[in-house]
Write a protein that binds this ligand. Structure first.
Ligand SMILES: O=C(O)CCC(=O)C(=O)O
Length: 355
């Protein structure tokens, strides 16, 4: 049985103070290491018209279903993401998924630290892993958990408080496992491929990797200087983001310009990751994104990363390679490892997979 291989991350120093604690500083002071050196952070950008796809229609062969399939295809070309609505989860359930995270971060620091990650583990409660001495830090605290394969969960990191945390996250991610398969099939159909073309490479859902990350962004004294999360693309096949319903913060790069991603209440923002870009031979784009902070309000999101099993080989689907479209990517295996090695060095991981 293949174990979920997580990147061998060795931190160069112990985790620093949680950002929630830094944010309590009444003189608005912050360590210099949080200042982003990659250029201006513009907070008043235009909003990106992220397409909204109705999942309840997507599998129908009716004209309305066809229309959604075309919309899905163009969304993944246009910006690499879409807002999924009618996904089968009620707004009260999504609120519960959000609230258990909120309640966890609201606990006293001593209680949260029972679930702290250690320097050699990516999982657990903590802030940015410090992987290089001059790394700029993200203004966020996280709770990062492997949810699948289920036998690889480390329950010592799963909060017992609030009481419904474990059951709620379990139920949510079971639902996302099904949605992941459904969307990968629809993505293949939208390219006129056999519907299992991507799933065949993805492998058995039970052994695929799913990681959940609650991201808390406390109010930040200088949103013009500090990012919540630095620019990155995801190493997944697909990422599901449950946005904060009230506070915006996500930005996506399109045509070399940053745009704000709007909040669509109760929608799930679905993002193409690098592995779907590889499988689609670049037909779908894994978008660079980043998170900005807010000086007044806290924001919390939940990202769930869906990745093929680490023993799976991923490569462009044969039918998408031809005279007019040469093969653009190599075959990759355990891409998550490639991803973190490159990310640590400030490189875009997908470049390592390009021919
Ligand atoms: O919180 C967000 O809006 C996005 C989070 C994200 O990009 C991540 O967790 O990788």
């Amino acid at each position: 049985m293949a174990a979920t291989t997580l990147p061998s991350m060795v931190e160069v120093e112990s985790p620093s103070k949680p950002v929630q604690e830094l944010a309590k500083n009444s003189r608005n002071e912050f360590p210099e290491r949080y200042i982003y050196k990659g250029g201006n952070i513009d907070l008043s950008l235009p909003v990106l018209d992220v397409p909204v796809v109705d999942l309840s229609l997507l599998s129908s062969s009716s004209p309305a279903g066809e229309e959604q399939l075309i919309k899905l295809n163009s969304a993944l070309n246009f910006c690499g993401c879409f807002q999924a609505i009618n996904h089968g989860m009620t707004s009260s359930f999504l609120d519960q998924v959000h609230n258990v995270g909120k309640q966890f971060f609201a606990l006293p620091i001593e209680e949260k630290q029972k679930y702290s990650r250690t320097v050699d583990d990516i999982e657990g409660y903590g802030n940015d892993s410090v992987l290089s001495e001059n790394q700029t830090l993200d203004w966020t605290d996280r709770l990062y958990l492997i949810v699948n394969p289920e036998d690889q969960r480390k329950l010592k990191f799963w909060p017992k408080n609030p009481e419904s945390f474990r059951e709620t996250l379990h139920e949510y991610t079971v639902r996302l496992g099904l949605l992941n398969e459904f969307i990968l099939k629809a993505m293949a159909r939208s390219l006129s491929l056999e519907e299992n073309s991507f799933l065949n490479q993805y492998g058995d859902g039970d052994r695929a990797t799913m990681m959940a990350r609650y991201n808390l962004y406390p109010p930040c004294p200088r949103p013009d200087l500090i990012l919540g999360v630095k620019p990155h693309a995801d190493g997944t096949a697909i990422t599901f983001l449950l946005q904060d319903k009230e506070v915006e913060g996500l930005q996506v790069l399109k045509d070399d310009q940053w745009f704000r991603v709007p909040i669509v209440p109760n929608a799930l923002l679905v993002n193409v990751g690098d592995q779907a870009e590889i499988m689609s031979n670049g037909m779908f784009k894994s978008p660079l994104h980043r998170v900005v902070t807010n000086s007044e309000r806290e924001r919390m999101t939940l990202a769930v990363f869906c990745t093929p099993g680490s023993d799976k080989e991923v490569q462009p689907v044969e039918e998408l390679i031809g005279e007019n479209r040469p093969r653009l990517y190599k075959k990759v295996k355990n891409y998550v490892d490639i991803f973190f090695q490159n990310y640590q060095q400030g490189k875009r991981p997908i470049e390592a997979a390009k021919i």
